[in-house]
Design a protein around this ligand. Sequence first.
Ligand code: CUK
Ligand code: CUA
Length: 622
Amino acid sequence: MKKWIPIATGLAAGFVAATIAFGNFSSSSSTQAANSNTKSDAEKVYVPYGQKDEYYLFDSGGHSGQLFVYGVPSMREIRTIPVFSPDPATGYGFDTESKKMLGGYTWGDLHHPAISETNGNYNGKYLFATDVGNSRAAVVNLSTFTTKDIINVPNTSGPHCAAFVTQNTEYLFLPTRFAVPLGQEYQPLDQYSTKYRGVMSALTFNESKEKLNIAYQVALPPWSYDLSDAGKKSSGDWAVLTSYNTEEATTTLEINASQADRDYIVLFNWKELAQMVKDGKYENVNGQKMIFPEKQKGGIYLVPVAKSPHGVDVTPDGKYFIASGKLAPMMTVFSFEKAFKAIENKDFAGERNGIPILKYKSVVEREVNPENALGPLHTQFDEKGYAYTTMFISSEVVRWNYKTGEVLDRVPVQYAPGHSVAAEGDTASPQGKYLVSLNKMSKDNFLSVGPSHPETMQLIDISGKKMHVLDTVPVNPEPHYAQMIKADKIHTINVYPKDPKNPDAVYKQTDTRIVRNGNEVHVYGTAVRSRFTFDHTAKRPDSIEVNQGDHVFIHLTNIDFDEDITHGFAINSYNLNMEVQPGQTNTIDFIANKAGTYPLYCTNFCSALHQEMTGYLLVKPK
Ligand code: CUK
Ligand code: CUA
């Protein structure tokens, strides 16, 4: 493999570009201009100070449990959004609300972010994600870039794929990676085929309440389910997911899970399943409505696919779904129309666990075998009708025409790409232009930081005839998948609006107070440049005195209604820290079990008097 050398000469060129572009603030078309062929790679990725990137990349943080937000093409990280793990930088997981949302978990494994959609296109409002590590689902509000709800998903273990909302965000589907007995009760592994299940969950989102809800579940056979995608347009009522370990092996010792020549794509009609639930065709399992396909027939079909498939992706026109077998180096294009016809004619090849199997031949459109390409995983799309498939083993991205099967171009990436993501590349209207390859390894691309090296993202220009790697950046573990959205679809708020109905909020210093109720102490305080006020009538309004053993609630409102004036609130030696953004009210609660004197202070540098923004928590011994 030829090593691609990261813009060694580009750095100098970037400097020149910086100098030139500085006088050029008014040029709104600079990004477009930067894509012209006369520019160097450095100029193509350079976004001058004060200008915004054209796209934003919401990148999964894998087992960090977080999301990373990058600008494209600059590839600058502009934000970390904590989702499934606590984050001291923002106090996420420390304040009362987010601590409750995390439910005691201190990590998560976020693989697949999915932006909410309208008519098959990103609407920029919300982002959904699942936690493979601890079986949860979350929703992030993109007007504040904050996590709003997390739910535990019972009866399932390792919901892998939420890259998967239906075209108007009616449902979010969570197929599971690990099969477990229902309710995760104890069952010997010898009972795997009879007692274990790979449960898929259908979630709905209530936008006005910002709450996730489990609508129903499906007890699929005890296989592992993987990447999934929802249909579009004519296939809009349908969705597909891949399965592996259809051998139902219970040990990887002999690689039992990859013996069969074929695994299956699960093809299902989510409207039909929803109707079945409406008609009472389900059983109650641990409080969830569970469809058992062997008893409640209909709506679900199996399509044979090259073995150990990883990804399955629906084309932007909604006509085809493309699956790639990790161990059979081939992309297979299947036709929805053919599948619908086979279902109509009941042209089945048999069944597994009561689910009809369609004949491979009657659904396949074509097989595509790029020469020496190994380990095809995931596919993205552009506006020209081209598909882009990552090759994990041969470390490249292959561009091909899914309507003709013609392989058009290949570009090496360093190294071992999992997913790639193109600009709105999984929607009904992909934009082309950029593709980011999310690589598992960097090897010698950066300074060695010891035996374990960073993962990387590589920005690829896909606007021209030849794909071209523009930039390589190191990234925190672990980029699985991402969503790349046009910047102008993101509409954030500047400050939190006043909420007169919030009983915890205090908008005037003269309303600050400390209320004692038995051994519960409620502090209603304000933060403003640059002091805390907890009780304006007290001799020292910026200190709090409680008794050892009190349950203390500190409700703090940031009354700086000014963009970017964020205050922090930390209590020394009490392991407590939260953030109040402009206009926001936030609560932290704790048992004051340690007597003593504890300074409290603002953790966000908010003004020239930030260092002075302090006070004391005095805990009187019993
Ligand atoms: S998985 Cu990681 S490379 Cu979780 Cu989408 Cu395929
Ligand atoms: Cu408020 Cu620093």
